[in-house]
Design a protein around this ligand. Structure first.
Ligand SMILES: [Zn+2]
Length: 233
């Protein structure tokens, strides 16, 4: 009986982490299988530093014709409206939803990195829907991908997001650890990317080493034969 109980506890422990929030789980897309050598670069523009714009990184992507999916937060768009409009017009980029409140996806008030998620379904929706409208006004299309602030999801919140018809953008490669990583760390992380992987980095922290690390790493992956694509609809 005791052994049986132990096995149940063990199974449960492997399914959930200590906080009840997940970065990786069935329902969160980390990799899109492809027979070609394809990588999906995704750049978050977060609420944490809404007036930051890494122009060096974006100019590099334009020069090298590297496609990327940009996850823009509602407040970041407000603070950088002309830049956001300009990015939306560029066929190299696709704009997707990085939330209105920039917090973990929860309907029971769960926290990640000290940021408390919503305590109800309505609270969660208030994080998603206003930015769907904001991006529609900007681009003429409704986002099909959502990435919550902190990239953490509670199971019940995931079900609500998927029920809206949105896909949840995870990551296989955490390239810049919230724009805190050194150039060397970024290079090491991106070198681990394999075909179909979603790479996560940030575009709202120009003072970080993200641009320097990505400029080196993305060119290296290109030389190895990888092609960069935007996330599919
Ligand atoms: Zn963010």
């Amino acid at each position: 009986m005791q052994a049986h109980f132990f096995i149940i506890v063990l199974c449960f422990a492997t399914l959930t982490n200590a906080t009840g929030l997940f970065e990786h789980k069935r329902g969160i897309t980390d990799n899109i299988p492809s027979k070609d050598s394809v990588l999906y670069l995704t750049l978050d523009a977060c609420d944490g530093r809404p007036n930051g714009y890494d122009v060096k990184l974006i100019n590099f992507l334009r020069k090298e014709r590297i496609k990327a999916t940009l996850f823009l937060n509602y407040n970041w768009i407000n603070a950088n409206y002309e830049i956001a409009r300009n990015l939306a017009k560029d066929p190299l980029f696709k704009i997707e939803n990085h939330g209105a409140h920039h917090r973990p996806a929860s309907i029971t008030g769960k926290s990640a990195y000290g940021i408390k998620g919503a305590s109800s379904k309505e609270g969660l929706l208030s994080d998603i829907l206003p930015n769907q409208e904001k991006i529609f006004a900007l681009t003429g299309y409704k986002p099909t991908w959502f990435r919550a602030g902190t990239a953490n999801y509670e199971d019940k919140a995931m079900q609500e997001i998927l029920a809206l018809g949105l896909k949840i953008a995870g990551f296989a490669i955490n390239a810049d650890y919230g724009a805190t990583a050194s150039k060397k760390t970024i290079e090491k992380s991106v070198a681990n990317a394999r075909s179909g992987d979603i790479i996560l980095a940030h575009m709202n922290r120009p003072e970080s080493e993200t641009a320097a690390g990505l400029m080196y790493s993305l060119l290296k992956m290109k030389k190895l034969g990888y092609k960069f694509e935007k996330l599919p609809d």
